[in-house]
Design a protein around this ligand. Structure first.
Ligand SMILES: Nc1ncnc2c1ncn2[C@@H]1O[C@H](COP(=O)(O)OP(=O)(O)O)[C@@H](O)[C@H]1O
Ligand SMILES: O=P(O)(O)OC[C@H]1O[C@](O)(COP(=O)(O)O)[C@@H](O)[C@@H]1O
Ligand SMILES: [Mg+2]
Length: 327
């Protein structure tokens, strides 16, 4: 493989806190190791629209503390077609970009895998998604910050819930993944946690809530991941209300505030480590891999496995523990 001269870095899919720390690390590591680095704005859309910006060490100053992504992000339908990817690749060649560090989730990785297979361009991906749903890394960028944001909100809701003897249904992000819901639920002392990975019968939930009411709980908080099969917090609240009227019932959907905000120190360090490792891996001749953190060590996982291996499961023991700790 010819040696790499110019690395393209971009963020794609849902933004996540810590992406900027990662971009900064890619740019500075690349430059330190004698490579040119180009920032591609708006992910695959920018690749198609030629939104390339030459980066130097100062281009990434004062961004480690910022949420969102300074490179911007996009969801790009055209890139899903072979014609779209060919256009993108031709633009990369014209720009002299001969390796890529994509930062994003499973969709971004799928696009990178296609591009690399079809045109042979080396790619090392970084897992950036608040959902924490990729195989090969104990943590994805943004998950820690998002979970802390959710806990802050739950704590505030608890204050008003306890003051009024209320039952709150709080919906958190997680289209397919219950990681945020489970961890924020445990940390926020939730009375019940509903996840996409595990079906919860409404009748069982009501039994649990009744037990809480009988044992003189002054408030109840139920955390619901948006992908839970009961159809979201409003639906669950409506069905519970039909049979259970002990508490005044309220619903809060946390929505996109969970995706923004200053990255935690954990996400800044993780982004830095992953960006640094991604550039080193590319230069070492690796390709079609994802950088991940396993047991506090950086490791590489085949991209295909990172995307398709769903054998990692939520910690069921945490769910059991949460049920016991909320009696
Ligand atoms: N099957 C696919 N083939 C080609 N490109 C894809 C594919 N899936 C996703 N992508 C590209 O990656 C982008 C980001 O994917 P998306 O699923 O929206 O977010 P995430 O990377 O956070 O999972 C998409 O908008 C699209 O451009
Ligand atoms: O901002 P959008 O496009 O509505 O995306 C919302 C989605 O973003 C997520 O937080 C993360 O999605 P990604 O796969 O893009 O990282 C989902 O849990 C949520 O459903
Ligand atoms: Mg995704």
């Amino acid at each position: 493989m010819a040696s790499i001269k110019k690395i393209g870095v971009f963020t794609s899919g849902g933004d996540a806190p810590g992406m900027n720390a990662c971009v900064r690390a890619v740019v500075r590591t690349g430059i330190y190791l004698g490579k040119q680095v180009v920032g591609i704005h708006q992910g695959y859309q920018g690749m198609i629209d030629k939104k390339f910006i030459n980066m130097d060490a100062r281009s990434v100053r004062n961004i480690i503390q910022l949420g969102g992504t300074v490179l911007k992000t996009a969801r790009c339908a055209e890139f899903r077609t072979p014609e779209g990817r060919e256009k993108a690749y031709k633009n990369l060649v014209e720009e002299g970009i001969d390796a890529l560090v994509p930062i994003g989730g499973d969709g971004t990785f799928t696009g990178a895998e296609f591009l690399s297979r079809e045109f042979g361009i080396p790619v090392i991906c970084v897992p950036g998604t608040i959902d924490n749903d990729l195989y090969g890394s104990d943590f994805t960028l943004g998950y820690d910050t998002a979970t802390n944001t959710v806990i802050e909100a739950i704590d505030k809701i608890r204050d008003t819930a306890a003051s009024h003897d209320r039952l709150f249904f709080v919906e958190v992000m997680g289209r397919d993944s219950g990681c945020i819901a489970l961890h924020a639920g445990v940390a926020g002392g939730a009375e019940a946690i509903l996840l996409p990975e595990k079906e919860t019968a409404i009748d069982d939930l009501i039994v649990k809530l009744e037990e809480g009411a009988l044992s003189k709980k002054s408030s109840c908080i139920v955390i619901i991941a948006e992908g839970d099969k009961n159809g979201g917090a409003y639906n669950v609240a409506k069905r519970v209300k039909e049979k259970f009227d002990f508490y005044d019932i309220k619903v809060t959907i946390l929505g996109h505030l969970q995706r923004g905000g200053t990255p935690s120190s954990f996400d800044r360090v993780l982004g830095s480590r992953m960006g640094y490792a991604a550039v080193k891996a590319l230069i070492a001749g690796e390709t079609r891999k994802m950088v991940g953190l396993k047991g506090n060590m950086i490791q590489l996982t085949d991209l295909e496995e990172a995307i398709h291996n769903h054998s990692f499961k939520l910690e069921e023991d945490l769910l059991e523990m949460a049920t016991i700790l909320s009696i």
